[in-house]
Design a protein around this ligand. Sequence first.
Ligand code: MLT
Length: 235
Amino acid sequence: MIDVAFLGTHVRAADTAVVIDVLRATSTITLALASGYERVLVAGSIDEARALRADDRVLAGEVRCARAPGFDLGNSPEETLEPRGSELVLTTTNGAPAIIGSAEVAGEVFAASLLNLEAVAAQVAGGDVLLVCAGTDGHVSIEDVYLAGRLSALLEGERSDGAQVAEAVAAAYPTALQALQASRGAIGLRREGLEADIAFCAQESIVDAVPRLARTVDGVAILELAPKAAAVSES
Ligand code: MLT
């Protein structure tokens, strides 16, 4: 069954959770791993992220979309294109808690964005799949539901009512960019002068990197690249 949790707080136990925060946490995680960071350490708060500071680690994160005070990077995917260390420590308002919450209850956890849409669809085998939309500040967000619908349409299996709702939302927008532009998340980005991130995150399937939960250590979810889907099916 393919199902959708429309908010990160609605996550439930599932064989596979695919966490979605198009604007911008899962886009940033995807691009960081595609760009050469070995892992992304997802922390639940600014203070937890600061406590993880170490040589070879880069601190990234936002408060109301703006770079967190004293951090090396904000939460713009493009900031990760040239790695400044081997590990990215990331904390964000909605995406990070959705990932950490999913890590607590799901058998396997992936992070999806439009940037790796086709790669995620190829990676997720089917079965009991929960598409977890992070949402924005406790509200359902168009861009996350849009991607859940796009992913649902690519996966094999029976669809829940929630998955059918997400597919209908996805079908309502001629382009990904229009869905992202219409969202509440885009308002915060425009307010901070980060409008370019909206178009960047609307790009589809530009990388084949799929972030997967490797382990959780003291509440920090550690994501690394999943082996390529073809290699998985051969093993
Ligand atoms: C979040 O996790 O709340 C978002 O990624 C916010 C943002 O766009 O920085």
